[in-house]
Ligand binder design. Structure first.
Ligand code: NAD
Length: 264
């Protein structure tokens, strides 16, 4: 099985290091022949992203901070000049002040609420709009979400609210661009040990709880998520849009701890 992405070009936004979900997705796309471009946020992360990009034969590595819309515009202008069109984009960007990823949701400040929403939610709309303008029919746009959007997950707080809005945005964008045969979907990933994941209080406990209680008795790896992203970004999923696809070893279907957990 190879070559699903042969001839396709796309942008990956959100690689911080080799533990990033976006990196798992990049590896799966590269293995199937996709040509990739990357963004990085700030020079410190750029030093990590450039060698990773080289591993997948990419020399397009561009700075981008989604709080600065000019830097987003510059990315798409550079891609337009280099490639003309793109076939897919991956938005794997999220941020909230870690001091508010603990305690009560009710204590969220207005300042962090707005910042979290702009970075973790509205940036997807801004990016999808620019990407769709460069896409032919058959294009695919993907974002990353978490089940804290649907259920109350301790400490996830304002990020859960932002992910709920992100999922709703994804559906509206799918309706906007569907008539042009451009698809928009989200992967709801289970907990992964990444830089962003570590910002959530008690992340380790959450991770091992999921390992013990998910139907597959493990968490999803970045390679698992990469495989599902490959499906959603390739023509294999050409009839799928506006979907939140869970890649969480089945954890979201559970309603209570497995019985042997309760007995301890
Ligand atoms: P990560 O830390 O590897 O990636 C997060 C990325 O967001 C980083 O590359 C960071 O540079 C980028 N980012 C943050 N603020 C930005 C800004 N202002 N401008 C541009 N980029 C910015 O962590 P990850 O876990 O791979 O996160 C990727 C996505 O997956 C996020 O949306 C996250 O919410 C989501 N997600 C993570 C988990 C998990 O458990 N780790 C689970 C479900 C969903």
């Amino acid at each position: 099985m190879s070559g699903f992405m042969q001839g396709k070009r796309g942008l990956i936004m959100g690689v911080a290091n080799n533990h990033s979900i976006a990196w798992g997705i990049s590896k799966a796309l590269h293995a199937q022949g996709a040509e990739l471009a990357f963004t990085f946020q700030g020079e410190a992360l750029g030093k990590r992203v450039k060698p990773l990009a080289a591993e997948v034969n990419s020399d397009i590595v561009l700075p981008c901070d989604v709080e600065d819309i000019a830097s987003v515009d510059a990315v798409f202008a550079a891609l337009k000049e280099r490639w003309g069109t793109i076939d897919f984009v991956v938005h794997a960007i999220g941020f909230s002040d870690k001091n508010e990823l603990k305690g009560l949701y009710a204590d969220t400040t207005r300042e962090n609420f707005v910042r979290t929403m702009v970075i973790s939610c509205f940036s997807f709309t801004e990016i999808a709009k620019r990407a769709a303008a460069m896409m032919n029919p058959g294009g695919s746009i993907l974002t990353l979400t978490y089940n804290g959007s649907q259920r109350v997950i301790p400490n996830y707080n304002v990020m859960g609210v932002a992910k709920a809005a992100l999922e709703a945005s994804m559906r509206y964008l799918a309706a906007d661009y569907g008539p042009r045969d451009i698809r928009v979907n989200a992967i709801s990933a289970g907990p992964v040990r990444t830089l962003a994941g570590a910002g959530i209080s008690d992340a380790r406990a959450m991770y091992s709880w999921n390992q013990k209680n998910a139907p597959l008795r493990r968490t999803a790896s970045i390679e698992d998520i990469g495989g599902s992203a490959l499906y959603l970004l390739s023509d294999l999923s050409r009839g799928v849009t506006g979907e939140v696809h869970y890649v969480d070893a089945g954890y979201n279907i559970t309603s209570m701890p497995v019985l042997d957990q309760l007995m301890r």
